[in-house]
Design a protein around this ligand. Structure first.
Ligand SMILES: [Fe+2]
Length: 354
């Protein structure tokens, strides 16, 4: 065989092998669907409540307890793989500045269907700080509302539950969604705050069954807490309709917004299912939601503070025509009282484009 033919065959073989390897990699990263564990854990109103099943995070004496909320980090294997470093640098800067005791993530940590690499990397990255973190799902975390992502919702739960510092729990399997769980912030054994982490992402709204489950937990905690509902905070992704009410109250001049504020049109849900009233009855004083990106505000509305959490990481989506400039995170500081503020980042430093 002529030398030139051998060279040609070698080149073709190498190209074929490279093509096969790339094809296999693309298949397992972008096309193959990973199904997580199906865990059956049904909840019934008649179940016995056990307070020791709720995870606790202890407040350090003499210091405020600081929660850093990261909202809508929104990473995608295809589009953001090469931006991950930048987003991680931004989160690192936010953590270094605020020194949180707990990191919450209000959904849309990933977006689009390609979520395998970014989610596993995010959990590894968050674990590297040695700080407990608590995520909920948004409407993009396992697909764009159609559950067609590389990782299905059980697979996402598996990854979050494996995180060394993750407090995530998939919760009951029959609440219309996954990732509903509670935390108690305690000091010397006393409950300072109960935190309700709810999934209002994929289904877009909190359902009646979730409300019933939240109330059942609250009554159990109340009984274990000397007959008092501890002051409570809820975190979930898509805002309830009262956020729209707060938004219009602010626009009319009937309500003040606190801190760094950007108020644009509201992307809140529309389902009036009594969640807001139920939350008030169990002493929820703060509701913190994501989903609205640059729409960042804290407004006291009908005796509850509603916080539309500031977006973390590159801005995406629906504000192209507006002058959105804030980016960073929300800080919830728990001392004698609860204080909410935003921490913003220099957009040029982190190459944040609208
Ligand atoms: Fe969202």
């Amino acid at each position: 065989m002529k030398k030139s033919v051998r060279v040609l065959l070698t080149i073709l073989s190498v190209l074929l092998i490279c093509g096969l390897l790339c094809g296999l990699a693309a298949y397992f990263l972008l096309l193959h669907r990973y199904k997580g564990r199906e865990v059956v854990n049904e909840w019934n109103e008649d179940d016995e409540f056990r307070i020791d099943e709720i995870r606790t995070v202890e407040k350090k004496p003499g210091k405020d307890f600081v929660i850093l909320n990261l909202a809508d980090v929104q990473m995608c294997d295809l589009e953001d793989l090469f931006h991950m470093k930048m987003i991680e640098e931004e989160i690192t800067a936010l953590i270094e500045e605020t020194k949180p005791d707990l990191i919450t993530l209000t959904g849309d940590q990933t977006w689009s269907n390609e979520n395998l690499i970014v989610l596993t990397s995010l959990v590894r990255f968050l674990d590297s700080f040695g700080i407990p973190y608590a995520p909920v799902f948004g409407n993009h975390d396992y697909g764009n509302g159609d559950e067609t992502a590389v990782l299905d919702r059980n697979a996402c739960c598996d990854i979050y539950e494996r995180g060394s510092y993750s407090l995530f729990s998939r919760g009951p399997s029959d609440l219309d969604s996954l990732g509903n769980y509670l935390l108690n912030i305690t000091e010397n054994g006393k409950i300072l705050r109960t935190i309700y982490m709810l999934d209002a992402g994929y289904g877009d709204e909190i359902t009646d069954r979730q409300i019933a489950w939240m109330r059942w937990n609250a009554e159990g905690i109340c009984a274990a807490n000397g007959g008092r509902f501890p002051e409570s905070i809820t975190f979930f992704h898509k805002p309830i309709p009262e956020f729209t009410g707060a938004y219009f109250a602010f626009c009319r001049g009937d309500a003040d917004a606190l801190g760094d504020v950007e108020v644009h049109y509201s992307l809140s849900g529309t389902l009036q299912n009594g969640f807001f009233e139920a939350a008030k009855e169990i002493n929820v004083t703060d509701i913190v939601c994501g989903h609205q990106h640059g729409n960042s505000f804290t407004i006291l509305y009908r005796d509850v503070r509603l916080t539309s959490a500031l977006k973390t990481g590159e801005l995406g989506g629906y504000y192209e025509d507006e002058d959105v400039y804030l980016n960073g995170a929300t800080v919830i500081r728990i001392g004698e009282q609860t204080q909410i503020s935003t921490v913003t980042v220099d957009r040029e430093r982190f190459h944040i484009e609208p």
